[in-house]
Design a protein around this ligand. Structure first.
Ligand SMILES: [Zn+2]
Length: 100
């Protein structure tokens, strides 16, 4: 779970969730008000997870012979699960780290 690197307090899930949605902009800690950034590793992991989600959807479409409707439902379900799980792995930093 996201922990502020300034005051070492845990962020509520809803805050971490918003943090995931706005990766590149800093977000103020709800406890101390200090700006916090998502770490490079968290951003890389999210990119990997997005790739994995795309792979699962494409793989299912190719090998399970699902109808378009089933595939669309599966895609939405996998996407929603990925979005809901992502905030649990968010790590914060006091400084913005360049991705590369
Ligand atoms: Zn804080």
């Amino acid at each position: 779970m996201a922990v502020c690197q300034n005051c070492h307090q845990k962020w509520p899930y809803s805050k971490a969730f918003k943090r995931i949605m706005w990766f590149n902009s800093p977000m103020k800690c709800p406890h101390c008000g200090e700006k916090q950034y998502v770490t490079k590793n968290t951003r890389k992991r999210s990119a990997t997870l997005s790739g994995l989600v795309s792979f699962i959807i494409i793989f299912s479409g190719l090998f399970l012979e699902l109808s378009f409707t089933s595939l669309a439902i599966l895609a939405v379900a996998v996407f929603v699960i990925a979005i809901l799980v992502m905030p649990l792995g968010v790590k914060l930093s006091n400084e913005d780290e360049p991705l590369w």
